[in-house]
Design a protein around this ligand. Structure first.
Ligand SMILES: [Zn+2]
Length: 291
């Protein structure tokens, strides 16, 4: 639902143009500026939400690439692993709620079709779904905010590519934990703050490459959590090594695509080192650099 005539009234309701008029609402925060559009949606649990788009009249944000860069990998045993060596897990109570959901769904399936009990059970299932979604959303917003606050350049692997590269089971677990929603949050938060969000959009053996000497191992079964590079002897945590490679590849693309360089404390030497790699790896013209 759109309309320039929509407005917030006394911080407690929303005024729509036409018949709808003033509707009581919970306003979570206030803004200065003009409402451009209002989108109203209802979820399966029967709750209504209004999403407000404001024009704040402020000039567009200038994008800078100086500062710390971080690479983020989807871990097999963790939700996300960063090139700094941090590992983030889905909150534990999420699992508990998912079990609860399964039970409620089984209850629903036993109810007779078209019955009032079935209708009620369906609403209950929807409410549990909503709780799980909220819980996951809260966790992802908190984490994406933290990562964007702490870094100037955020590099992730493109999910489509990732699913193509990895096996089916992993593809399922990635989609289950909402990786695409998480990267969406990283992207818009980075853009809003004038930071750089980068997706590595081509086949890139991030797990199998030693980030120190760039030696590649032939195979690395999914259950191998850590490995030692046969060339330089560095012991790697599988996921952290992958995240570091993702970060370095992002910095390399950034250095190629624009004149900008990442001058973060631990970033600039890698730009130099990586430029030698571009000789060994064919440079893909038109790698997506969303600037
Ligand atoms: Zn090595």
């Amino acid at each position: 639902m759109g309309g320039f005539a929509s407005q917030i009234v006394f911080k407690k309701s929303l005024k729509f143009p036409g018949k709808l008029g003033v509707v009581p609402a919970k306003i979570h925060r206030t803004f200065d500026g003009k409402i451009k559009t209002v989108t109203v949606s209802m979820n399966c649990a029967g709750k209504y939400y209004a999403s407000l788009l404001f024009d704040d009249g402020l000039p567009d944000i200038e994008i800078k690439s100086e500062g710390k860069a971080v690479g983020i990998d989807v871990g097999l045993t963790h939700f996300a692993v960063t090139s700094d060596g941090s590992k983030f897990d889905n909150p534990k109570h999420l699992k508990k709620r998912e079990k609860n959901l399964k039970r409620k769904q089984q209850k629903l399936s036993r109810k007779q079709k078209g019955s009032n009990r079935r209708y009620k059970a369906r609403r209950i299932v929807a409410r549990v779904h909503e709780k799980i979604a909220n819980c996951r959303s809260y966790f992802q917003h908190k984490l994406s905010r933290k990562l964007v606050n702490e870094n100037q350049v955020i590099v992730v692997e493109n999910l489509a590519v990732k699913n193509m590269v990895k096996n089916h089971c992993l593809a399922k677990s990635i989609s289950d934990c909402g990786w695409s929603e998480f990267t969406r949050q990283l992207r818009y938060k980075a853009e809003r703050d004038g930071k750089i969000y980068l997706e590595i959009g081509r086949f890139f053996p991030s797990s199998k490459t030693c980030h120190v000497c760039l030696n590649q191992v032939g195979s690395l079964p999914l259950d191998v959590r850590s490995w030692t590079c046969s060339s330089c002897g560095t012991k790697h945590d599988r996921d952290v090594n992958a995240a570091i490679n993702i970060r370095d590849e992002g910095i390399r693309l950034l250095a190629l695509g624009t004149s900008a360089t990442a001058n973060g404390r631990d970033v600039s030497p890698r730009v130099g080192r990586k430029s030698s790699v571009s000789k060994a790896v064919p440079v893909e013209i038109g790698s997506p650099i969303p600037l």
